[in-house]
Every structure is written in structure tokens, then in C-alpha cells.
Write a protein that binds this ligand. Sequence first.
Ligand SMILES: *[C@@H]1O[C@H](CO)[C@@H](O)[C@H](O)[C@H]1NC(C)=O
Ligand SMILES: *[C@@H]1O[C@H](CO)[C@@H](O)[C@H](O)[C@H]1NC(C)=O
Length: 809
Amino acid sequence: MCLDSQGRCWPVRQVLLFISIFSLSSVFGQVTYSIPEEMSKGSLVGNIALDLGLDVKRLKSGKARIYTGDNAEYIELNKDRGVLLVKERIDRESLCGQTTPCALHLQITLEDPIEFFTVTVEINDINDNAPSFKKDEMKFRISESAVIGAKFVLERAMDLDVGVNGLQSYSLKPTDNFHLKLQNQQDGSKKVEMVLQKHLDREAQEHLSLTLTAIDGGDPQLSGTMRVEISVLDVNDNAPVFTQEVYKVTIAETAPKGTVLSTVNAIDADQGSNGKVSYSITNTLDDVPLMFKIDEENGVVALSGNLDYEKAQQYEIHVQASDDGGLTDSCKIIVEVTDTNDNHPSINIMSKTNSISEDSRTGTVITIFNVEDPDSGENGKVSCSIKEHMPFLMKTTSKKFFSLVTDSELDRERASEYNITVTCSDEGVPSLSSSVTLTLQISDVNDNAPVFERSSYEAYIVENNTPGLSIFTVKARDADWNQNARVSYLLEDSSVNGVPVSSYVSVSADSGVIHAVRALDYEQIKDFQFRVKAQDGGSPPLSSNVSVKIMIQDQNDNPPQVLYPVQTGGSLVAEMVPRSADVGYLVTKVVAVDVDFGQNAWLSYKLQKATDRALFEVGLQNGEIRTIRQVTDKDAVKQRLTVIVEDNGQRSRSATVIVNVAVADSFPEVLSEFTDFTHDKEYNDNLTFYLVLALAVVSFLFITCLVVIISVKIYRWRQSRVLYHSNLPVIPYYPPRYSDTLGTGTLQHVYNYEVCRTTDSRKSDCKFGRAGSQNVLIMDPSSTGTMQRIQSEKSILDEPDSPLEVRHL
Ligand SMILES: *[C@@H]1O[C@H](CO)[C@@H](O)[C@H](O)[C@H]1NC(C)=O
Ligand SMILES: *[C@@H]1O[C@H](CO)[C@@H](O)[C@H](O)[C@H]1NC(C)=O
């Protein structure tokens, strides 16, 4: 098809048809031909002879000429054939430009006759020119913010062809953002504009390249193109966009300052400063700005403070990214702080006992304390313990409360103070711990009795001590404390030989020193026992006792006592030795005793003086006086021996005894000889007599008074009894010792012996016996040679080896 702007169609063949129509009608010299331009040289334009009705010969004869005027000779006349031919290529565009119709006006002249013919050759346009643009391309710089409907004028195209072959339309491709708008102008041309129909987006397409095509209406159609290059100018139409909305970071609470947590990244699609992103932290209320910092340029988030899991386990950092145009985006960084075992457990004592009694029950609470570990999980799980081997137990009351209780019985005497170190450690790795030391005093209870250092005591004291002498010290210890351990000593009541022991000894209550109260006499008491009690000051007090035995040591304080022969002032005892006595005849035996003990009582007998030393000897050990030679008639009747008895004590004591021996066969002989002895002592005997007499008188008066007093007493008693009872006979009371002796009126000595007889002098168990009789020797000074031997005494003395202890009352 070949539609032009008016919708008409021009087929090529029609040109030829048009020529033929005009040829037929130009009888008077006018012919019109219509040919297309650009026909090749020699192409037939028209059969002019025929069309003008002329004979070919006429043309020749007529010297037909063609006149083209100023125009170049495009057309030539072929007189031979009578046709017009194209002489030169005809370009309608250069011939006529845009003028239409375009025609060549020719005149053909003939001579003979002159004839004048007008030939018009219409040159028809053929589509030989494509539309064209002056420039190959047009450049635009359009902001991406250009509004829809914005118009941009494009260059128009030119098409030399006319009519339907001329420029017909434009097209612009692609049509994504722009469409073409053609506007008819007054001069018939068209204004070509491109109109923005969709927003430009630099970020999507920075450069657009469009093609503007101008199309003519020829057949075939021709077209020309021009590139329209559009640079899209950036506008800050894009906000920065974070690559992630939420970042999650985990960091240990011990991370040092400067540790990089994360790098946030925001992308801004814009260009240049519009696309330059800077980062900032926008938190304001919390302490995030202190804890974290962000690099403005590159978005590196780092730690700037010290984390503490115990204060904050999580942070939310709000980060803003902004470009220079003020567009922003934000993201969140969630920082999880992980716990590190960086806290020691802290022990707080809530209640505390500094001292408990040693009799406290098992399970008594000593201390309650609370343990805090701010760490979490295992790092904050705390357990407490104490050193082993302590009578205490750690009890867990709840997760954080512990109590320390006694676990077994306490004994202040074993341990009076405990330093209890409580150690609490968490279960972190490595574990952290802290400890506290409690000092617990165990207070005393009086649970220990005093204990004597020895189970019994024995002590010696030498007799004849000074009263008040300290004998020795008993000591008891008390394991308790202070008052409970203050021991005082007491003498337990007992009696020794019927006398309270306290009259023998006393105990100093404070010191336990035992003093003798009185002078002790070994001859009276050899030992005695008593108990001393030690008592502490507790309440109630505890006590114990110990037996103490005091042994009295003998001193040589008694001289030997001669029992036989009895020495009296006035009396005279003589042993008779018959003149026929042999050598070794036992004259008599000196019997002496020493009430002391042991060596002190070990007696020896020596002859001190003798009338005739050659006649007698004394047994050193036994005191036997024997003859050592035959008695002769020359020997004096009266023999006087002085025997000294010595004990074996340290400072020996002695006694002397005079033994009279009568060497005679008959008693009268003796008497005659011995009167001398008595005369010598006449004065002495008289004195003795008077003394005895005086004693007897005094005794008699005393007894009489006593009898009178007692009689009066009894009389009064009887008087009172008679009033109530029957009348019993009054028995007067006479001390027995005096009744007998008074009768004789010759009392000289009264002896009362208590004889203690032992086989071993060291043994203390004595059998006391009272001598069966009172040894009373009565000697009339006027009578001589009277001798009495008391049988009972003799029997004892017959055993000279057995030691005798005589208690002299
Ligand atoms: C307990 O500690 C104190 C002071 O540190 C010390 O003087 C005392 O001897 C200790 N006691 C024991 C039983 O260790
Ligand atoms: C002395 O102690 C014994 C036990 O050692 C006790 O049996 C006795 O009763 C105590 N005597 C006195 C008088 O306290």
C-alpha cells in the first residue's frame, strides 16, 4: 500500500496513462507529459510527433527545435523517431525543491510553417530520498526527578521528497519512559517532542539511548534515524539501606575496649554525596552511647566501655545511616553479653555467735550467712565448705543461705578456740572462691573435777617437828577454766586414834600445803592416814579426794631406860654370887629399853666402872653380867658395877645403872656387909621419907575433898530422885588407881606400862596390851636385901632379842 497523508494512492503505471490522455487533447500545440524523475538517459518521455499530429517528416523538414529556456537540457527531441527522450537524469528535488507540481516547460518550434508547440513535462516525484536528521544524535541531561509530562523538543527530520514520499511520521523507541508527541505547526511542519511518561531512575538506568525514526510515505518507505542519548542526573531519591535490619552479636563481658563487634553496612543507591553514608548511634536514654562507638565512615561497631554481665545482659544499639541529603535508615544491633566467671562469691555474715558453751547440743547454729555471686549459671552456683576435722557442719538452708552448726560434742578442754575458715567457691571454670574466718570461743562448763597429781600421797615427817611446819604439798589440777578450775583443798573429817585428824594436820585451802598442827611423836603415832578433798569453784562444784599417808620418822629423842635392876634412891638390890660360882656364871641381866625405833633403840651394854674389873663382864648385846674367872675367897663380898647402856642413834643417848653384887654363900653374910651401903645414904633416905609422907598427906586430903564433894552431889541427886523413884543405894566413886595404894601409905612410884610387842620393829601393827600388873617396888629403907621380882614382867624380859617398845603414859 501507498497511503500518503491524504490517504491517496498513486500507482506508477498511472503516470504513463496520464501522458497519453494529455497527448490526445493537445491538438493546438500543447502536450503535457508526465514522467517520474530519475529516468535513465534515453528513456522515452513521449511520442511527440504522434501526439502533436505531425508527420515525422514534417519534423525534419520543419527543423523542429526544442527550447528549454534557462533549464538545462534534460529532454532531447529525436526527430527520427519523433519522440522526446530523456537527455539527462532529472532530479525533481534539485529542479523544484519542495514545489509541486514540478514541470519542465519546453517549446518546440517548427519552421515552414512556423508552428509552436508547448510541451509540459511534469516530473513526478519518486521516493528517492529518505528522511534525514541533521545530527546523528541528540544529548539530553535529565534529572531523575523530572516530572511526568516534561517535554523535550527533538530535532525534526528532513525529507526532500514531497507529497506522499515526504516525511510522514516519527517513532521513538524504546517507549519505556518517553512517548513522542508531534505538534503541527503553522508552517505545516511538525514539532517533535518527547514527553516523559514514566519516572526516570538513575539508579535503575543511568543512561537511556533512544532512537528517533522519521518515516516517509514512499513505497518502499524510507526512514532516517537519530539517536537520543539521555543521561539521567542523580537526585537524592534513595535513602541508605542497611544490608541487614538486625545484627546479632555475642560478646564476653570481659572483652576489652576496642573490641570490634560487628560492621554494619548501609547502601545508598544515589551517587556522589547523595550516596555517601555516615553512621551514628541514636540511642539516647540508655548507656549504649557510652558503651559502644561506631565509625562514622565504615560502620565498624566497637566496644568503648566495660561490659558487665551482672549489670546488663543485652544491649540494643540503634544505628542510623544517613546520606548527605538527610535520608536515613536504621538498624538494630543486638548485643548479647555472655557471662564470664569474673565475680568472687561474697560472703555476708548475717548472724554470728562468738562464743558457745562446750555443752551445747549438736546442731547448735553458730553462724548464718548469705553468699552472693552475681555471675550466672554455673559461674554463680556457690557451695561452701569448711576444713575437715572440725566439729562443725555446713548446712545449706537455701540456695544462698548457709548455716554453720555444731556437728559433734565440743570440749573446751581439748580445743578452746576454733578458727573456722569457711570457703565458698563457685562452679565456674576456673572456679573463684572467697573465704572468711570465724573465731569461735568455747566457753567453759564445769565438767572436769580436779584431779590430784598422784593417786595417793605418802610423806615423811621427822618427829618433834615444830608446830605449823609444812610437811608437803598436794596438788590437784582442774582442766576447766577460771573459776571452774580454781581448786581449793579441804581436809576430810576423820579421826586418828580417836582424835580428829584436824588436830594433827591442816591443809591450806589455796595452796594445798599440808601443815603439821602439833609436834608429832613417833613414840605415840608412827603414821596416820587422812583424805584431802580438792574442790573446784564451779557451780555446782566438782571434787575428788586423795588419801594421804603421813609417816613419822623416829628421832633419837629417848634415852634407854633401865628396867632392871630397878634403881631407887633408897633401896638396895644386890645380886648374889655364890663363892662356888664357875667362870661364866650369870650374875644378872641388865634389862633396858629404848622407846625409840631402829638404830635409836638398838642398845649396847658396857661395863663402865667395877670394883674388880677382872671378875665381871657385861654382854655387849644382851646386858648379861657374867663372871669371867673363878670367884675366890679373897674377893670382896660387896662388888659394885656401873653398867652404861647406850643406844645406837645419831647422837647417842645413854643411861647408867649400878648393879650391886654380893659374893657370898649366905644371906647374913651379905647383910652384915651391906649395912654400910645404907648408912652412906641415911640422909638421903630420910629426905625421901619426908617427901613421901608429904605426898601421902596431900593425896589423902585431896581424896577426902573429892569424896565429900561427890557425896554431896550424889546426895542431892538422890534427894531429887527420891521424889520420883525408889531409893537406890549410893555407890561412892573412887578412882581405882588410888584406892589400893592409899591403904599402904607408902606410895613411892606409880608406873603404868603399855607394852607394845613386835617381832619387827618396823612394822606398825602393834598389839597393845596392858601389862597385867603395876610394877610397884616397895622398899623399906631400914630393911636390906629385899628383892621382889614380878613374875609377869620377868616372862617378857626372858626374851632379850625381841624389841620392846614402851609407851610411857
Ligand atoms: C585463731 O586466729 C587467731 C588470730 O589469727 C590466732 O591468734 C589464734 O591462735 C588462732 N587460733 C587457733 C586455734 O588456731
Ligand atoms: C573419795 O573418792 C572416792 C572415789 O575416788 C569416792 O568413792 C568417795 O566417796 C570419796 N569420799 C569422799 C568423802 O568424798
